[in-house]
Ligand binder design. Structure first.
Ligand code: HEM
Length: 489
C-alpha cells in the first residue's frame, strides 16, 4: 500500500469528533486581543503535540520494519514440536524490525554498528520473537556487563558525544569482545542496506520435540539478495547525504514489489554433546564452526508489506527474547538469561503495561487469554469475564505442559565465571576470523580499526586495545600497532 491510499474524508473535527470551524486562527478576546481558554481546539492541539514522543529504545532506537511471511521448506519435526514448523509449506505471518544499536532515534543508518534483526512470528500458539543481530556473536558474555558496555557506545556524560576513549577502554579491558570487534571493523561492519545482510539468533536456544527430546540450536538467516557492504568512505558520504538510507531502501524495495528474502537454517547440537564440546556452546562470544555443526536449512523468510504507520507499528512494536512458544525455549547462556528480563521491563516503561494489546504486538493467529486486567489504556477486551483462575465459570485454564524441557544442573549458587571448555579463550576465534580474510580485507580491517583507535587520547588505553588483537594474531597486532602509530604520530 502506498501513502495515497490513506485519505480521510469529511470535515476536520476535534478529538471528541466535533466539527472544526477554523484551523488557522485561534480565538481571541477582540481582534488582536489575548487568546481565550475556551479555544479547546488550540489547547487540545498544543497538549497532544507535547505528548507525541514516547521514550526511545535505550538501544536499537533507530530502525525500520516490515511484515512478511515465513514458509517451512524442510521437515524439522524430529527436533521441535513448534506448531508453526509442523509441516513443509506451512506459512506464518511475521513482522521484522531492523535497527542500528548505538545511535539515537534520528541517527544516520549508514554507520559502523551491528544491525538488529528482530523477528516476530505470529504463530497459532502465540507470538514467537527471535531478537537477533546481523552478527553471530556479541561483545560480552554476561548480562551484568551490558549497561556498562552500552554506556561506552552512547554519549559521554560530560562531552555529550561518543568517545573513542570510552569505547576502546571498555573493549581493551574486556578481551572477550575481541572476536566481535574484529567482525565489526571488517567489511561486514557497515551493510549497504538492511536487505543485503544476514541475520542470526546469535544465542543458543533449545528446541524440543513431541517425544520430549531436547536439542541446542543456533539460527541463521542468509540473505537471498547477496551480501553488500559499504566502505568507511562510502558510508561517510551516504550518512551525510541520506541519513535514512536503510529505511528508505527497505520501503522502496517493497513498494516496487522486490520482496527481500532470507534462507533460514539452524545448527543443531544434541544436548548430550554440550558438556564436552570444544567451545562452551552457551558463550555468545563464540560461533559453532559449521564443520562441527552444519547448517540445516528449513525455511524462507520474505518481507512483502510495509507498515502503514511508522509510529504505531515500528516505534511501538515490542520484541522479547522471552516470547517463546511450545517446542522452543532458552538455554543457560548468561546473556540470554539477562535479556529474558530486560525486554519486557523496557516495554512496560517505554510503551506501557498494555503494549502487547496493540495491533502489531498482539497474537494474530490466536488470541491472548490471560487474567491480567486494566492499567493504562486498557480497552475492555475481556468485557465481564471472570478475572481469576481456577474458576468454576469455564474460563481459560493451564495446560500442565511446559514449553521447553528442563535442564540438568549441579553445583552451588555463586557469582560464577562462564565455564571454559577445552579450546576456549578470548582470542582463538578472532584470530581464526582474521586468518580467513584476504590480504585486502585485512588491510581494510587494520585501517578501520587504526582510524578509530587513533581517536583515543591515552596511550595506555590504545596499547591495551591493540594488545588484544595481537593476542588474536601476531601479524594483526603488529600491523595495527604500526598503523595507529602512523596516525597518532
Ligand atoms: C544482556 C544483554 C542485553 C540486554 C540487557 C539488552 C537489552 C535491550 C533493551 C532494553 C532493548 C530495548 C527494547 C525496547 O525498548 O523495546 C534492546 C533492543 C534490542 N536488542 Fe538487546 N540487549 C542485550 C543484548 C542483545 C543481543 C546479544 C542482541 C542480539 C543478538 C540484541 C538485540 C537487540 C535488538 C535486535 C533490539 C531491538 C528490538 C526491536 O527492534 O525492537 N540485544 N535490547
Amino acid at each position: 500500500m502506498t501513502q495515497e491510499a490513506h485519505v480521510t474524508q469529511g470535515p476536520l473535527t476535534t478529538e471528541a469528533g466535533a466539527p472544526v470551524a477554523d484551523n488557522q486562527n485561534s480565538e481571541t478576546a477582540g481582534v488582536g486581543g489575548p487568546v481565550l481558554v475556551q479555544d479547546q481546539l488550540l489547547l487540545e492541539k498544543l497538549a497532544h503535540f507535547n505528548r507525541e514522543r514516547i521514550p526511545e529504545r535505550v538501544v536499537h532506537a533507530r530502525g525500520a520494519g516490515a511484515y512478511g511471511t515465513f514458509t517451512v521448506t524442510a521437515d524439522v519435526t524430529k527436533y521441535t514440536r513448534a506448531a508453526f514448523l509442523s509441516e513443509v509449506g506451512k506459512e506464518t505471518e511475521v513482522f521484522l524490525r531492523f535497527s542500528t544499536v548505538a545511535g539515537n532515534l534520528g541517527a544516520a543508518d549508514a554507520v559502523r554498528d551491528p544491525r538488529g534483526f528482530a523477528v516476530k512470528f505470529y504463530t497459532e500458539e502465540g507470538n514467537y520473537d527471535l531478537v537477533g543481530n546481523n552478527t553471530p556473536v556479541f561483545f560480552i558474555r554476561d548480562a551484568i556487563k551490558f549497561p556498562d558496555f552500552i554506556h561506552t557506545q552512547k554519549r559521554d556524560p560530560y562531552t555529550g558525544s561518543q568517545e573513542a576513549d570510552n569505547v576502546f577502554d571498555f573493549w581493551g579491558l574486556s578481551p572477550e569482545s575481541t572476536h566481535q570487534v574484529t567482525w565489526l571493523f571488517g567489511d561486514r561492519g557497515i551493510p549497504a542496506s538492511y536487505r543485503h545482510m544476514d541475520g542470526f539468533g546469535s544465542h543458543t536456544y533449545q528446541w524440543n520435540n513431541e517425544a520430549g527430546e531436547a536439542f541446542w540450536v543456533k539460527y541463521h538467516f542468509k540473505t537471498d539478495q547477496g551480501i553488500k557492504n559499504l566502505t568507511a568512505e562510502e558510508a561517510e558520504v551516504l550518512a551525510g547525504k541520506d541519513p535514512d538510507s536503510h529505511q528508505r531502501d527497505l520501503r522502496e524495495a517493497i513498494e516496487r514489489g522486490e520482496f527481500p528474502s532470507w534462507t533460514v537454517s539452524v545448527q543443531i547440537m544434541p544436548v548430550a554433546e554440550a558438556a564436552t564440546y570444544r567451545f562452551n556452546p552457551f558463550d555468545l562470544t563464540k560461533v559453532w564452526p559449521h564443520a562441527d555443526y552444519p547448517l540445516i536449512e528449513f525455511g524462507k523468510l520474505e518481507l512483502n508489506r510495509n507498515p502503514e504507520n511508522i509510529f504505531a507499528e515500528v516505534e511501538q512494536s515490542i520484541f522479547s527474547p522471552a516470547h517463546f512458544v511450545p517446542g522452543i525455549g532458552p538455554s543457560p547462556d548468561k546473556m540470554l538469561q539477562g535479556r529474558l528480563f530486560a525486554y519486557g521491563d523496557a516495554h512496560r516503561y517505554r510503551v506501557g503495561i498494555n503494549a502487547d494489546h496493540l495491533p502489531v504486538n498482539r497474537p494474530h493467529a490466536t488470541e491472548a487469554r490471560t487474567h491480567s486486567r486494566d492499567g493504562h489504556l486498557y480497552d475492555g477486551r475481556h468485557k465481564g469475564a471472570k478475572n481469576y483462575e481456577p474458576n468454576s465459570f469455564g474460563g481459560p485454564f493451564q495446560t500442565d505442559r511446559a514449553l521447553w524441557q528442563p535442564v540438568a544442573l549441579n553445583g552451588v549458587t555463586g557469582e560464577t565465571v562462564t565455564p571454559v571448555h577445552a579450546e576456549d579463550n578470548d582470542f582463538v576465534q578472532a584470530g581464526n576470523l582474521y586468518r580467513l580474510m584476504t590480504e585486502d580485507e585485512k588491510e581494510r580491517l587494520v585501517n578501520n580499526l587504526a582510524n578509530a583507535i587513533s581517536g583515543v587520547t591515552r596511550d595506555d588505553i590504545a596499547e591495551r586495545a591493540i594488545n588484544n588483537f595481537r593476542q588474536a594474531d601476531e601479524d594483526f597486532g603488529k600491523r595495527l600497532e604500526a598503523a595507529v602509530q602512523a596516525l597518532r604520530g
